[in-house]
Ligand binder design. Sequence first.
Ligand code: COA
Length: 175
Amino acid sequence: MIFLETQRLLFRPHEPGDEADFIAMHTDPEVRRYVGGQPWPLEKAHDRFRNQYLGQPTETYGLWATILKDEKRYIGCCGLRAIEGGTSAHLGYYFARPYWRRGFATEAAEAFIAVAFGRLGLLKVVADVEKGNSTSERILQKFGFQYVKREEIPGSGRVILSYELPRSEWKHELT
Ligand SMILES: CC(C)(COP(=O)(O)OP(=O)(O)OC[C@H]1O[C@@H](n2cnc3c(N)ncnc32)[C@H](O)[C@@H]1OP(=O)(O)O)[C@@H](O)C(=O)NCCC(=O)NCCS
């Protein structure tokens, strides 16, 4: 089942063949630098894949396996997480390092924002970014996300910046 497709990417549930690329991505310290700060140990990456990702998502919300159409290869996971109340969702995107800086996160973010406001009729998309993750902040700013607040994680020295995009600020056509 393909949930969503863009020019270069398609989004589907995680399959057994994605496991090695999933593990390589989450055990890479650069990938995890601003999302938890530590690479996942190998065992944790295996467990997470088998218990939380394999076969998931099944509908709408969750992080979809993100496949580069040209290479038919798993290169990351992206999607929307439901937020209580049902009128907004949280945007997330993770890509393997060899695929950075080719516009894939921008392409994925645009598609999922369109799903949120178009297909789902939500009123707001939100995103959290760790301070220092300027690439991710720039992507959000390109789509008109506004900075809302910052929150320090006690004892960690890490600061999480919250952004939001109200539907009224969304500049794109409904798809
Ligand atoms: C943050 C992250 C998602 C960005 O993904 P990405 O696919 O590299 O992002 P994009 O390519 O869309 O945009 C990043 C940069 O590449 C540039 N770019 C876009 N298309 C490009 C192309 N064809 N050639 C070269 N550069 C390009 C963008 O302009 C942007 O550059 P900028 O920093 O100068 O603005 C990725 O680094 C990642 O997965 N990091 C680890 C997990 C993570 O931090 N997730 C986000 C949590 S909030």
